[in-house]
Design a protein around this ligand. Structure first.
Ligand code: BF8
Ligand code: SF4
Length: 645
């Protein structure tokens, strides 16, 4: 095992919990993601530029964007086609991941409607009936189960090929829908767009990079306004629509004296029944019989966000904390569903008493205990999992337990319903605060951690500078967890904001950084943007909004970027996507797209520069809307609070 200590822990993460655990892992000879990144150096330059292709057996091929080597693959594809095809396939993988998660929720929802599940119920009947009305299902005077069954039928059709548009695309402003129609990128069916992306990228199908990229946007839209939105909306109906909730975050949420169970992954269908099982008196008594004072559930990544949003479950950490949570020696079990779960967790767990419990037949982990999820036995499986975790407690070695820090308080639960609720039921107060300039605009800071960057630095610094300059920030996914750890997500964090934003937050009792949920919940951001645009009678691209994915790593994040931009919100990426082997693709995504969908991508790894770029963009939008604006050219790059390391 190669355990590199080339870079000091303080260079790898801005958080003390991560730094201490990285040092401990090194001392114990346990390999982590940073060691493996070092071992991969130098990473392939062709792949980094997006100009390698292995789509067929005449290849693999790579083309030389500098013209010194071959400029065409064996089939004749040049850099433009290869880069666009690779990007399209990445977007299809990301959109498929989100949308298959959406389908899983839909299946449990449909089974619950038919009374076939245990441990599930319709938690938000009001939302169910609102969805029914929106989808043209008769929701009045009928039992909730019947309404839910009909809603499920309508949404199952969104996955197929029978429709001209997925149901929730109707939520986008009329001007946006007209633009999609004109461009031929209205998402028709969720599976259809993804399959068509794979078809088009087979050798010898779509050989035009512009056409490929447009379909890539359509594929992304089938995620944002399709699969992800279905996941969010039905999770709200099944598990409750989030409302503001206080909780705690970082590795300090683990308890010395309790059975600690981390729920990791993305899908709340199982984790929700586990929450109930952890309160089962028989299992709590079993934990006590082993000398523990109770059962402590904590979240990781997006399953953690789902549980925080609806249940206030504490959050152990984001993406780069999954191995380090095990290194605390305090984790009895890590229950995993799917997505973003490193294959290495079983290797790290093998060094401790920690059980990895896999729960999805789609996501198997050699070395894990597999307790597959079945909604008909939901409650029973939840108890089996908690029992397995409790039974690992006697094997814990107290001498190896190291819980590095005290937790930080944070607030989650800002669904669109909760935000509108805080505003008194209408977007009007937010719109007037933006119109007056008290709030300059709003930015969604989203996405992952990436070991190529110091963990959380870009999230926290970008957010710090935006709120300081009166830009409201909404967050999801691992970005949210970063901001939470930095203490930016409490009502009292309003003191970190500029005078205008601070005043609004204090008046409403909300943080300047609003947690909108997991990554599929970026669909909430779309709904909010659509509601603001509708309220003003404009299209989304006219609003003073932006997106940022400062530390993204996953294909899902690329899909999110695609649908956010295609919905009219310019987005800044902090990690370079593999497109720079084709100047034409770069020109289109970072420039030409503005004339097509009214938004574009930018790449800026430095958070201070990214903040300046976003603020200039927001002021441009304000100017175009006839609102008071600051001269964009006068906005300078601000020094960071404290450089990392
Ligand atoms: O879906 S932010 S690292 S955990 S991909 Fe993954 Fe990225 Fe985290 Fe959630 Ni989203
Ligand atoms: Fe090479 Fe073309 Fe096959 Fe890709 S599709 S591997 S570029 S021959």
């Amino acid at each position: 095992m190669s355990v590199s200590d080339g870079r000091r822990a303080v260079q790898l993460s801005i958080n003390r919990d991560a730094q201490e655990m990285i040092d401990l892992a090194r001392a114990e000879g346990i390999e982590t993601v940073w060691d493996r990144l070092d071992a991969q150096q130098p990473q392939c330059g062709f792949c980094a530029l997006g100009v390698s292709c292995r789509n067929c057996a005449m290849g693999p091929c790579r083309v030389d964007p500098f013209g010194e080597g071959p400029t065409k693959g064996v089939c004749g594809a040049g850099a433009d086609v290869i880069v666009a095809r690779n990007l399209g396939r990445g977007i299809a993988a990301g959109a498929s991941a989100h949308s298959d998660h959406g389908r899983d929720i839909l299946e449990v929802f449909a089974s619950t409607a038919r009374g076939e599940t245990t441990g599930y119920r319709i938690a938000d009947e009001g939302k169910l009936r609102r969805l029914a009305a929106e989808l043209g299902v008769d929701g009045d005077q009928r039992p909730a189960g019947d309404v839910a069954a009909d809603v499920a039928d309508v949404l199952f059709d969104d996955f197929g090929s029978r429709k001209d548009g997925v149901s929730f695309a109707g939520r986008a402003p009329a001007a946006r829908r007209a633009r999609w129609q004109e461009l031929g990128i209205t998402p028709r069916g969720i599976d259809r767009e993804n399959v068509e992306m794979l078809h088009r990228t087979h050798m010898g199908v779509d050989n035009d990079h512009v056409s490929l990229l447009l379909h890539a946007l359509r594929t992304g839209l089938s995620d944002g306004w399709g699969g992800s939105m279905i996941a969010t909306e039905l999770s709200d109906v099944l598990f409750g629509t989030p409302s503001p909730v206080l909780s705690e975050v970082n590795l300090g949420v683990l308890r010395h004296d309790q059975v600690n169970v981390a729920l990791h992954g993305h899908n709340p269908v199982l984790s929700d029944v586990i929450v109930a099982a952890a309160e089962d008196p028989e299992l709590v008594d079993l934990a006590r019989s082993y000398g523990a004072s109770g059962i402590n559930l904590v979240g990781l990544c997006c399953t953690g966000n789902e549980l925080l949003m609806r249940r206030g479950v504490p959050m152990a950490g984001n993406h780069l904390m999954q191995e380090l949570a095990i290194v605390t020696g305090a984790l009895e079990a890590m229950v995993v569903d799917y997505q973003c779960i490193m294959p290495s967790v079983t290797d790290v767990a093998a060094c401790y008493h920690t059980k990895i419990i896999s729960t999805s037949d789609k996501a198997r982990f050699p070395g894990a205990t597999h307790l597959p999820f079945d909604p008909r036995r939901g409650a029973e499986i939840g108890r089996e999992i908690i029992r397995a975790a409790v039974e690992a407690y006697p094997d814990r070695n107290p001498d190896r337990v190291h819980i590095p820090v005290a937790p930080v308080r944070w607030m989650g639960g800002f669904s669109v319903e909760a935000i509108l609720g805080a505003l008194g039921g209408s977007p009007e107060p937010l719109v007037s605060a933006i119109a007056s300039g008290a709030i300059r605009g709003a930015v969604a800071v989203v996405g992952c951690n990436n070991p190529k960057l110091p963990q959380d630095y870009a999230h926290v610094e970008l957010t710090r500078q935006l709120i300081e300059h009166d830009v409201l920030v909404v967050v999801t996914g691992c970005a949210a967890v970063a901001n939470g750890k930095a203490g930016q997500m409490l009502p009292e964090s309003a003191s970190m904001a500029g005078t205008g934003l601070r005043g609004v937050c204090e008046a409403l009792g909300i943080p300047p950084v609003l947690h909108m949920g997991s990554c599929v919940d970026n669909s909430r951001v779309l709904v909010l943007a659509g509601a603001l645009a509708d309220f003003l009678g404009v299209d989304i691209d006219q609003l003073p909004l932006a997106g940022a994915a400062p530390e993204w790593y996953s294909e899902k994040a690329v899909s999110i970027g695609a649908y956010v931009v295609a919905s009219g919100v310019t987005t800044v990426l902090g990690v370079q996507p593999p497109i720079f082997g084709s100047p034409r693709v770069v020109d289109l995504l970072a420039g030409g797209l503005d004339g097509v969908v009214g938004a574009r991508f930018a790449v800026e790894p430095d958070p201070s520069r990214a903040a300046a770029l976003i603020r200039r963009h927001i002021e441009e939008k304000r100017r175009a809307l006839g609102l008071p604006f600051e001269d964009p050219d006068s906005i300078a790059v601000t020094a960071p609070a404290a450089p990392v390391g």
